[in-house]
Design a protein around this ligand. Structure first.
Ligand code: SF4
Ligand code: SF4
Length: 274
């Protein structure tokens, strides 16, 4: 039996499914075209690449083969938000209600995409293992044992910005999902080796740092406790998020209306930091 699946088949599947989803589900369409990358988990070199998760994400981060010992590939995808939603969430210091609703509906979409890909792959004879879209983290250390963002980074879906988000070819305003499978996909990154964040590439920016209402971001990193406190406060005390699920921890001010929100920011020729 053939053990491989073509990356274009996977990309076609997710694109078709996500395209039809708003009409089928009745959910408001707040999404652009999904992006998908895949990574080979086989061989010593690839295993070493993922061993970095214990250094860059959390020291007890699960290895993909711990989630599924027979896994041969990792699939990571990004669902970018629309410009309209991002613009709406830019106003003020409190997230808009639609941002909270989009967080919930996108988590449902991610769950449905994972189930759909699993069913399609299982029909072809490949087992899969899924993980939840969110809240798979330790609420004391605020570190995920399965970080879609770090996995996306290692699978070449994008690069980290100063805002601790992954900048993909469709920007950083959106959400990610992932799964592991017994199918062999090979390596299919969608970005190369260069930094995509203006600051990290040596240009002036740090717009995201200025946007954070509680000063949780700096060029040195994110103060997770400060950010988490703000997300809880938003959920508990704001009219905008009243009645939402108890996992709707949102803010997103450091994801919207930035040079990297909707695309890879063009690197200017004249404003390099010296
Ligand atoms: S706003 Fe600027 S500094 Fe912040 S992540 Fe985006 S490109 Fe980098
Ligand atoms: S999500 Fe909000 S509180 Fe957290 S770092 Fe971004 S802007 Fe700051």
């Amino acid at each position: 039996m053939k053990n491989t699946i073509q990356i274009n088949d996977l990309r076609g599947m997710i694109s078709q499914f996500a395209g039809k989803y708003p009409e089928k589900s009745g959910e408001k369409n707040v999404w652009r075209e999904p992006l998908l990358s895949a990574a080979d988990l086989q061989g010593e070199k690839n295993r070493e690449r993922f061993a970095a998760l214990r250094k860059i994400a959390a020291d007890d981060h699960l290895m993909p083969w711990e989630l599924m010992p027979s896994a041969k590939s990792l699939i990571v995808f990004f669902i970018p938000f629309t410009k309209e939603l991002a613009s709406e969430n830019h106003k003020g210091e409190i997230p808009c209600r639609n941002w909270g609703l989009a967080y919930e509906s996108t988590n449902r979409l991610i769950g449905k995409i994972c189930e759909y890909l699993r069913d399609e792959l299982e029909n072809r004879g490949f087992g899969c293992e899924l993980t939840p879209a969110t809240h798979n983290f330790d609420t004391v250390r605020l570190m995920a044992r399965w970080s879609h963002k770090h996995l996306g980074y290692l699978a070449g879906l994008g690069k980290f910005g100063v805002n601790a988000q992954i900048i993909t070819p469709s920007g950083c305003a959106g959400r990610m999902g992932s799964l592991v499978t017994e199918a062999e996909t090979g390596d299919h990154p969608i970005v190369g080796g260069r930094e995509l964040c203006l600051h990290k590439a040596g240009y002036k920016c740090l717009v995201c740092v200025k946007r954070c209402p509680v000063g949780a971001l700096s060029e040195k990193g994110t103060d997770r406790q400060k950010c988490w406190a703000r997300l809880n406060e938003n959920l508990e005390n704001t009219e905008e998020l009243r009645g939402m699920e108890n996992t709707t921890h949102v803010c997103g001010k450091c994801q919207v209306l930035l040079p990297c929100s909707l695309e890879i920011p063009p690197m200017p020729s004249s404003n390099r930091d010296s």
